[in-house]
Design a protein around this ligand. Sequence first.
Ligand SMILES: Cc1cc2nc3c(=O)[nH]c(=O)nc-3n(C[C@H](O)[C@H](O)[C@H](O)COP(=O)(O)OP(=O)(O)OC[C@H]3O[C@@H](n4cnc5c(N)ncnc54)[C@H](O)[C@@H]3O)c2cc1C
Length: 339
Amino acid sequence: MKIGIIGAGITGLTAGKVLAEAGHSVMIYEQGAFAGGRMASMTVNQWTADIGLPYFKSTSPEYKDFLEELASKNILREWKGDTYRYDEGKKERLPDEELLYIAEGGMMPVADSLGRWLDIRFHEKIGGITKIASSQTKKSPWMINSSRIEVFPADAVILAVPAVQAYGLVSTAQDELPLRKMVSVLDEISYSACCSFVAVYENAAMPDWKLLRSKHPVVSMITNESSKRETGKDVVLVGQTSSEYTHRMQEAFDGSVHNKEIKKALSEMLGPWAGKPAHFETRHWKFKGPKKKLEGHYLESDDETAPFAVAGDFFQGVPFETAYLSGLRLGKDWAERFS
Ligand SMILES: Cc1cc2nc3c(=O)[nH]c(=O)nc-3n(C[C@H](O)[C@H](O)[C@H](O)COP(=O)(O)OP(=O)(O)OC[C@H]3O[C@@H](n4cnc5c(N)ncnc54)[C@H](O)[C@@H]3O)c2cc1C
């Protein structure tokens, strides 16, 4: 079966890998230049910083196996201890968390290890999908429409994008009755937003923590990237704004005020040095994590002649693991059913 997957994040890559291994012809369409989606790193002043998902937390057995496999290939390594909480001017050490893993070489090698054997068309934003009426002679029941007029035929389609974006894509084909039901389910899911920032300090004293969870009204957490990987004499911190602040900022501030507010928050939390980074970059995320979650692992049309499914992080569980398991279960179920 020729399967078109939209989105090369953890969901699309995982489903694609399982289905390609089962002998299907898989093509992933990705609007960006890289695979990984919200599992993302960026380079600031030559140092790698994880600006999306900050670390991997080992939980369910299937997900643990995936993390352990990546660790055995030296793509992930354990990242233990030294977690603190910041609250009203005080820093308090938290008991050691369950096992966390980080990607020492950044998130790209994680995505590459999943996508190595997959065909991925980058810079290919999909604008819609069309179901071809069964009475027509065309062989493939689906047409995937790129935003650049091109059209790709497929026997089956998987949307592996945030639910809000999936809603937009499913709506383009909603004359189809089974998909119309899906649209109303997806319509209920919204996402919290955040702004990630990378702050690089030259010759600053190395913080004694690796992860700072925070109740500060502006900054909700900071990771010390220098505890993940070599950063020379620089200290590299990555943080996220709180959802309340992000919401307020979206309505009230422009970008420059926003940067000033984050730096002010950093100096309140860590000391005056932290308010004056040598390099500072931000990235806004519209879809950090889903606010409402559905039961199950994926949504599926009941038309077996034109398989169609929506998978992603908007099911019960923590978002990244849920996205992985959504792609895995969908891939395994389809591999068994459409062999
Ligand atoms: C700052 C931040 C911190 C996070 N922290 C945590 C955490 O601590 N724990 C946790 O569990 N989760 C966390 N998450 C959430 C986690 O990263 C996501 O749940 C997970 O990565 C989702 O993977 P996905 O493949 O479903 O979606 P994505 O990673 O969003 O992948 C979807 C892909 O589809 C592409 N795409 C979208 N629309 C189109 C289109 N029309 N055409 C072509 N391509 C398209 C996108 O470019 C993207 O690459 C965090 C996310 C962010 C942003």
